[in-house]
Write a new protein. Structure first.
Length: 319
């Protein structure tokens, strides 16, 4: 739980970090983050001597293609997020991560042909109404929010199909990003527009630390994800946009007219419906599993129980 809270807290406090990297633009910050993320991940892999997954992966070109696609989605996500924070749209970026679960559900229906429960359909409808309200509030669709939610949901879908762990996935993705990012930084330097070497040691160190700040929360999340129930992870994930929203109001003093509050209220209602539905479904699953275990135990203690009966009981528990 500590690792889970740490991961989402760091992600939630990111808006405090990106403005420190000015006068570097969003493109240079993005490229620096890609380069130093790979350096940080390679350092972790070297310390843990965790290299065995690389050779089997290189024999799977289709999987490598999926990793490249995921790297493209997360690159766009990072670029939009950094630009949004540094251009004064922190509240709108928080909106993107609030609506991300709703977009993920929509992808599940449209792409994976998943079926939704009634409350999930209601939540998606309320989320769609929130986007309409925010469109009226902004005078245009909230493109930053929609882009962040769409790219991260697409990235999550690709990651699900690739099936790599958090650290391995980040290593593979940043390996794909590394050469284009390094080439862009070399080009910036040749043009005399790079801030890495022209604004002092402190600025250079801050740019370098963007790699560690990318790797650390992901490692914490990887530790938590295999030890906590998904329902707990699902609720803790809202810490990040809550922090971002609070920073947008209290630190960056962004405007919040009534229409924006109405849009956010609808999003929070949709999320409350999703969380309630998830908790209810998890509770029903636990009750069903407990009954199946009790039935299996009673059957195994019965003298008339056959090996076939025991196998059927085990199969029922697994189901």
């Amino acid at each position: 739980m500590i690792c889970s809270v740490a991961a989402y807290t760091i992600w939630g406090l990111f808006p405090l970090y990106w403005p420190l990297l000015k006068p570097a633009g969003a493109a240079e910050i993005l490229a620096q983050r890609m380069v130093w993320s790979l350096v940080a991940v390679v350092a972790v892999l070297a310390v843990t001597r965790h290299w065995g997954w690389i050779r089997p992966l290189l024999r799977q070109p289709k999987r490598i293609g999926m990793i490249a696609l995921g790297a493209a989605f997360i690159s766009v996500n990072w670029a939009v997020y950094i630009w949004g924070v540094n251009s004064g749209h922190v509240v709108e970026t928080s909106m993107g991560y609030f609506i991300n679960p709703l977009v993920s559900i929509a992808f599940g229906v449209l792409i994976l042909r998943e079926r939704l429960r009634t409350l999930q359909w209601v939540a998606v409808g309320v989320g769609a109404a929130a986007v309409v309200v925010m469109t009226v509030a902004y005078g245009k669709p909230p493109w930053i929010s929609l882009a962040l939610a769409a790219t991260f949901s697409s990235y999550s879908l690709v990651k699900k199909r690739v099936g790599l762990g958090g650290l391995e996935s980040l290593a593979a993705e940043t390996a794909v990003q590394f050469l284009p990012a390094l080439g862009f930084l070399v080009f910036l330097g040749a043009q005399g527009h790079s801030t890495f070497t022209n604004h002092g040691t402190g600025h250079a160190l801050l740019l370098m630390c963007s790699g560690a700040l990318t790797a650390v929360p992901l490692i914490c999340f990887g530790v938590a994800a295999v030890r906590l129930p998904l329902t707990v992870i699902g609720m803790v994930q809202y810490l990040a946009p809550v922090f971002q929203f609070a920073l947008g109001l209290a630190v960056f003093h962004e405007a919040m007219p009534a229409e924006r509050w109405a849009g956010f209220a609808l999003v929070w209602l949709a999320l409350a419906l999703l969380v309630g539905d998830a908790l209810r479904t998890a509770r029903k699953a636990q009750v069903a599993l407990r009954r199946a275990e009790e039935k299996a135990t009673a059957s195994s203690e019965s003298p008339a129980t056959t090996p076939s009966d025991k196998r059927n009981s085990v199969s029922e528990i697994r189901s």
